[in-house]
Design a protein around this ligand. Structure first.
Ligand SMILES: Cc1cc2nc3c(=O)[nH]c(=O)nc-3n(C[C@H](O)[C@H](O)[C@H](O)COP(=O)(O)OP(=O)(O)OC[C@H]3O[C@@H](n4cnc5c(N)ncnc54)[C@H](O)[C@@H]3O)c2cc1C
Length: 403
């Protein structure tokens, strides 16, 4: 990697280290969501003021005018500190960038900076009870009504909807069209009359995802992004925008060194666990996987630095790292005996094995379930034939619901 990029990495790391005590994992311990979010808003503001938020965005909208590669490097360096950035990840990752691409200039000027500074939060309302992996299967209706639209239906798994001020939403506007063609994309005020947000409680007690109900919610036509019936394309654009997200070889779980420490501190039959063959095999397996993923990532970074677009290799990274994190977390919990199953509610999945293990299954679903990643790898990396798509071309209202 070039000297300039290495300098950028070193500067970012030093700047992050300077703020670790005030905003990092230690400072967040014991905070409830409201206090943690308040700290997060301060942290986001500080990043924006120092050119570390919206790194690849144009300065016209408050960004730093840098590159996607710098953004990826910063995200990689930021991760181990455990800063409260999580509330803004979706907002700045997809909805606001798609607004910058499709909305008129006055809308961009109004909404970009407050989002960048963490003052306003956006959510992404795509998934529904019967439409997740198959995004084109959504049923939430938007019906024309004078100069606007009326939305009715339900969304599910909406991250941070309970905190969100605004959201981007995909709706079905013409059920007589084949499923990819009758969709339209809008943005809306999450506090509008008729929007109800209910938390979904996750296995670790967390409630960062929600179900959202729309009961005749009126939105004006000027909150449409893209043409009527072209919503699927805008949704694909939204998902592509995220580029090469901060990949982490540990699958956003605890570092392998924590497992090694655990094995050094624990005994099995009176001997240090690190001498046990199965424990050594677990360490070797995780080490091998993480080195291989790091090699793929380095290759991607070099390709990006040379001007290439990110390819499907991110699918390998997510598939392998999340599965490996789940296995290593289970092994660490076994090693800890009964202490391994004590759940500290506010512990981070990056430093606590039980939290990591409990949150790994949702990590394997969100942003592409394992099977979908395997499909991507099969079709786009290995060049195998496309998955069977029996409803291709059929009008949506003639497709039998799968559930
Ligand atoms: C923590 C979390 C946060 C999320 N945040 C958001 C959010 O902010 N906004 C949002 O819109 N959505 C969000 N989601 C939803 C997420 O995108 C979906 O859960 C995901 O796309 C899977 O869809 P599904 O739950 O409907 O499962 P399904 O699509 O019903 O899949 C069920 C199973 O079948 C498999 N499967 C489905 N189709 C195929 C196929 N063709 N071939 C092989 N296997 C297949 C899947 O891989 C999976 O194992 C979030 C989910 C989670 C868990």
């Amino acid at each position: 990697m070039s000297g300039a990029l290495e300098d950028y990495r070193a500067q970012a790391r030093a700047w992050l280290a300077d703020h670790a005590a005030e905003f990092g994992a230690q400072a967040r311990r014991g905070l409830d969501e409201a206090a943690d979010l308040a700290l997060g808003r301060r942290w986001q503001r500080l990043k924006a003021d120092n050119g570390y938020a919206g790194i690849a965005w144009s300065p016209q909208y408050g960004g730093a005018g840098g590159t996607e590669l710098q953004a990826a490097i910063f995200a990689q360096e930021e991760l181990p500190f455990g800063f409260p950035s999580v509330y803004f990840g979706i907002s700045l990752g997809q909805p606001v960038p798609i607004l910058l691409k499709y909305a008129p200039e006055e809308v961009r000027q109004r909404y970009a900076l407050p989002a960048l500074r963490g003052e306003e939060i956006w959510c992404q309302l795509f998934s529904e009870p019967a439409a997740g992996s198959d995004l084109a299967g959504i049923r939430l209706r938007a019906v024309r009504d004078g100069d606007g639209w009326v939305l009715s239906g339900q969304k599910l798994w909406t991250s941070w909807a309970h905190l969100a001020d605004y959201g981007v939403i995909l709706a079905r506007t013409d059920p007589s069209q084949p499923k990819h063609k009758g969709l339209t994309y809008f943005w809306l005020d999450m506090k509008a009359p008729g929007v109800t947000v209910r938390p979904v409680r996750l296995a670790n007690g967390g409630h960062d995802v929600n179900e959202v109900f729309f009961d005749d919610v009126r939105i004006p036509d000027n909150q449409r992004l893209g043409a009527v019936g072209q919503g699927f394309g805008v949704a694909m654009d939204t998902l592509m925008i995220e580029r090469y997200a901060a990949a982490d070889e540990a699958g956003f779980g605890p570092a392998l060194s924590l497992f090694v420490n655990q094995a050094l501190e624990t005994t099995i039959n009176g001997r240090p666990a690190i001498e046990d063959g199965r424990v050594r095999r677990d360490i070797a397996t995780a080490f091998r996987q993480q080195r291989a993923l790091a090699a793929i990532r380095t290759g991607t970074f070099l390709a990006l630095a040379a001007g290439a677009e990110p390819g499907p290799e991110g699918s390998i990274h997510k598939l392998v790292s999340m599965r490996a994190r789940q296995q290593l977390s289970a092994a660490a919990m076994d090693l800890m005996g009964t202490a391994g199953s004590i759940l500290e509610p506010d512990a981070s999945p990056q430093s606590d094995w039980a939290q990591s293990w409990l949150t790994a299954p949702t990590g394997r679903i969100a942003g592409g379930a394992d099977e979908m990643l395997l499909n991507t790898i099969a079709e786009r990396i290995l060049g195998l034939p496309q998955d069977y798509r029996p409803d291709k071309g059929l009008p949506f209202d003639q497709i039998r619901p799968s559930r």
